[in-house]
Design a binder for this molecule. Structure first.
Ligand SMILES: O=C(O)c1ccc(O)c(O)c1
Length: 436
């Protein structure tokens, strides 16, 4: 991977990054289980049996049974998690830290009492650092963004599909708007979809309100939103690409919440159903990206647009030749609450689509108030479309976009349905002029 990870070269040090986290996920979750007296008692009664009940690698179990914290760290353990295990065995932080140094407990305590370990002789060797920087060439091959899909994600659309109502007069015109899209997806199937959506009080309740959540897990089950989970397949993630994107976006100053485990609701599954139809298995991997648009403050259009630009840098610096589509979902105008419920603004929605194509930077400056006033309280979901739009190559002038499909229909339940497909045409991948 072509991101700067020279922190891995600091001697005698393991930096806990997304890769280590993925490696140690179950080990660290096991440690968390020791936060109740009952589980600590069960663990101490039979360590091997307790460990065997967790999906741990044998090396991870061995590390714990051997009280080998260096091995546990190598295996993806993090010291704050492992400290729960250490506490269960009656170890202090000083005993745990000292146990990794090759010193006796007394020697380590004496070193700390004497002022601690000196940094002299414990930095990255100069030649090693120079060699690492010399190797930092851009990757020979990399992932590319092939296009962006924008669509509403109304739950009633999913229910219409799940209950075989797509040919009813009310629904037929909605689904006809996606006939082209299903064919287009067959011809342009990506390896991975980066799917921007909002969770609707399904995976996240009000105990934590993260603004941006990147799914770094291997799979995601469909949420039960009160009507039972939709009868659609679960989603396969791409933990490696997601970890790379996490590293790149955070380095670009976008502070993310990373979710190794979460369920996904209609915000994510309805767009997949619309674009792929009724399938046994989704035909590609999906990286879920949740944006808080439920409780104010929600991110601005401008922030989302800049995030999309950073997302493109992240994807294009991944050193595998994957085809990636970026989807922005939600909207268009709708209001699900209060005496103004049912608000639809065709003119505003269509102007939004026009500007999304022609003037996304200008559109990104539209303030929240305008979304709420003109597109209804839930119309604010449209800021998420700006993330997908920001990821296309015309934004920095290095390419252009082709409009492949545009669709608008009112109503689907309480909502105006909007849909757009833009293909991404970076100049670097176009044949040179005059060459056939
Ligand atoms: O129109 C609707 O019924 C409806 C309900 C819930 C949503 O999240 C939504 O976007 C639309």
């Amino acid at each position: 991977m072509s991101l700067d990870k020279t922190y891995k070269l600091v001697p005698g040090t393991i930096v806990f990054d997304a890769e280590q986290s993925a490696r140690g996920y179950h080990l660290n979750q096991f440690c968390m289980s020791l936060m109740t007296a009952e589980n600590r008692e069960r663990y101490l009664a039979d360590e091997r049996a307790y460990l065997d009940a967790w999906p741990l690698r044998e090396e991870q179990k061995r590390a714990l049974l051997d009280r080998d914290l260096n091995a546990a760290m190598d295996e993806g353990g993090n010291i704050y998690f492992l400290a729960k295990w250490g506490a269960t065995l009656g170890l202090s932080f000083q005993q745990m830290a000292g146990s990794m140094t090759g010193m006796t407990e007394e020697e380590y305590r004496a070193m700390m009492a004497g002022g601690g370990r000196s940094v002299e002789g414990n930095r990255i060797d100069h030649a090693v650092l120079e060699a690492a920087h010399a190797d930092a060439a851009p990757p020979a091959e990399h992932a590319t963004i092939t296009g962006a899909v924008f669509t509403s994600h109304v739950p009633a659309i999913g229910a219409a599909m799940d209950h075989d109502k797509t040919h009813e007069p009310y629904w037929k015109p909605v689904f006809e708007g996606y006939d082209f899209s299903k064919e287009w997806e067959k011809e342009n199937l990506p390896d991975v979809i980066f799917l921007v959506y909002n969770d609707h009080a399904s995976a996240f309740d009000l105990s934590l309100i993260p603004t941006f959540v990147l799914g770094t897990g291997a799979s995601y089950a469909t949420a039960d939103e009160g009507y039972g989970p939709r009868p659609v397949p679960g989603v396969e993630g791409d933990p490696d690409l997601a970890a790379h994107i996490a590293h790149s976006l955070v380095r670009d100053d976008f502070d993310l919440t990373l979710a190794n485990e979460m369920t996904v609701d209609h915000g994510l599954t309805v767009p997949l159903s619309l674009m792929f139809g009724d399938v046994e298995k989704w035909p590609c991997k999906v990286i879920p990206f949740h944006v808080n648009v439920v409780q104010y403050p929600v991110p601005s259009g401008a922030r989302c647009f800049r995030l999309g630009q950073a997302l493109r840098r992240a994807i294009e610096s991944y050193d595998r030749p994957l085809k990636v589509q970026v989807w922005g979902t939600g909207g268009m105008s709708h209001q699900l609450q209060g005496p103004r419920a049912g608000l639809i603004n065709r003119e505003w929605d269509n102007a939004f689509l026009d500007r999304l194509i022609e003037d996304p930077a200008g559109l990104s400056e539209v303030p929240h108030l305008e979304y709420v006033q003109e597109a209804g309280s839930e119309g604010i979901e449209l800021v998420m479309w700006l993330i997908a739009r920001g990821a296309l190559s015309d934004v920095d002038g290095s390419g252009r976009v082709d409009v492949k499909h545009r669709f608008y229909h009112v109503p689907a339940s309480n909502t105006a349905v909007g849909h757009l497909i833009l293909e991404n045409r970076p100049r670097a991948q176009e044949p040179a002029e005059g060459v056939n």
